[in-house]
Design a protein. Structure first.
Length: 175
């Protein structure tokens, strides 16, 4: 599915690649769209668990938690492994206009991500390691949008420069 996108891959191709009989697929999913929803939900569960792992570290300041998060993003997006790339970047533009249920999962997942980023900003503001002015949620949303855009540009240009630039800008924004 990596090279073709969600819409470009037929159900039979998915079943063949995963060695799953069609009857078994339909036991769990009513349609390819239901499968896509479940795929996104599983992605966000794992992604948010990784964020929670960083957030729960009492040995890190808020700024260190944010650096750990953004560094993890940078490393995953610059790795050669297509499986490590951001599924939101891969699927959002493609499925948001085609599948309302998948769009809603993307919306809920990204809202949870920005909420956790805001939580790390708040920790950093309280412990003095992050120097910002403004609402943490607004800043978290802006940073997340910048990172999504940089990830998309890195795919388009096949160059890590947009991600390196957004890391520099993120550090500047957070003080």
């Amino acid at each position: 599915m990596n090279g073709k996108g969600f819409s470009g891959v037929g159900l039979n191709e998915i079943l063949k690649a995963s060695d799953v009989p069609k009857g078994s697929f339909y036991h769990y999913f009513g349609s390819k769209e239901d499968f896509g929803k479940a795929l996104l939900e599983r992605y966000f569960d794992a992604y948010l668990a990784g964020m929670d792992e960083i957030i729960s570290r009492d040995d890190l300041t808020g700024a260190e938690k944010l650096r750990a998060y953004w560094t993890r993003w940078l490393v995953s997006q610059t790795a050669d492994d297509p499986q490590s790339k951001c599924l939101v970047v891969k699927l959002a533009a493609e499925v948001s206009d085609l599948s309302e249920p998948m769009r809603r999962v993307l919306l809920d997942g990204t809202r949870q991500i920005t909420g956790r980023i805001a939580e790390m900003i708040d920790v950093g503001t309280k412990d003095g390691s992050v120097g910002i002015t403004g609402q943490s949620h607004d800043i978290a949303t802006s940073l997340y949008q910048s990172w999504l855009g940089a990830s998309l540009l890195a795919k388009i240009t096949q160059d890590d420069a947009p991600l390196i630039a957004v890391m520099k800008e993120t550090r500047k924004t957070l003080g």
